[in-house]
Design a protein around this ligand. Sequence first.
Ligand SMILES: [Zn+2]
Length: 359
Amino acid sequence: MTYDEWINRTKAGWNKPRSGKLKALDLALKKYLAVPSTERLRALDRALTAWKDSKPDWKTSIRNRDGAVTELTEFVAQKLGYNQIHAPVVQEVLTKSQTLLQNQENSEYQVTAKVKQKQVYQPPWTVKTSVIPWTVNMGFIKRGTVVNVNVRILAKFGNHAVTDEIKRTWKTHIESDWNCATIIEKNRHRDLIFNLIWVEPGDPKPYYEVCVDSPPPKDLTGLSRDEVADYYRESTIHMGKWAWTDRQAVVHEFGHMLGCPDEYFTVEFTGMGHVFDDAIYNQPPFTTNSIMNNTKKQGRLFDRHFNFVRKAYNAWQKCIPAAEIRILRNIGPSEQEETQQWLRANIMSRRQAMGYDDD
Ligand SMILES: [Zn+2]
């Protein structure tokens, strides 16, 4: 493995910068490969061990997703002439440090809450009363200046195949819309990063289940861009059934998964940490600029959409005074890319200021 291959194979996303320990490992490898020597090999071994010890389970780390760390481990062991006799001792030491780390910041705080909303539809919509209960599930992890909220979803066949491409698109759109807020706790800001994790059947519960559906066939000739988008999102009918063509209504459905009630024809709700207000929740659909009322492109997020998350965070961290969650910038769909860049730059500078290593 060359140095460049190592860097490429261990690269992660923008929000996973290389930690100090990983950078030290990079440098040790670079030096050894440039001019191999026993001294440099030992330094490489130490740097590799130090990075591995900083992980709860380095084998499942994103850096080892295609086995680069395993390969480097084997390479170093071979060069050092390690043999099987050492293995059980090394394993025991590793297991101990793993347990220690798991008990610290890597453990996830799981929130499960039963919520319910009641809607009374008004004309010109078909008049009906609808009571919908569901369970909100999310897992919190605090890492330095970042609070991760993991939301797990199992995508299932509805009348359309589940593909990686569909899952990737949904994840991108949902995360880029929802990752716009900060937690303010005693004048300190923490970035609130939602992470949609696609699970596989048989993975540990709890998780949401979403059926992948396809809108009914239709001739789109002559339709405007907005009309096509409307058609595409209309088959996303509720939290458990998403149209594979949709990237707007899924942001709304994700809001329900984060404990947001609908903001149309809703007359009451329980367990969500929101305060009922007719002016917000009991409006006709598609009449306000909130994503929980309007899944067309003018729908956007407001501070109140983080109420459940804020409540859960405060309960977990026992914050006194209570932490607030504020949207950093109001965004429209056209500004998403710009906002992501801006958020990215902010997270990076804040982390650097704190000397925090992420991964
Ligand atoms: Zn809804």
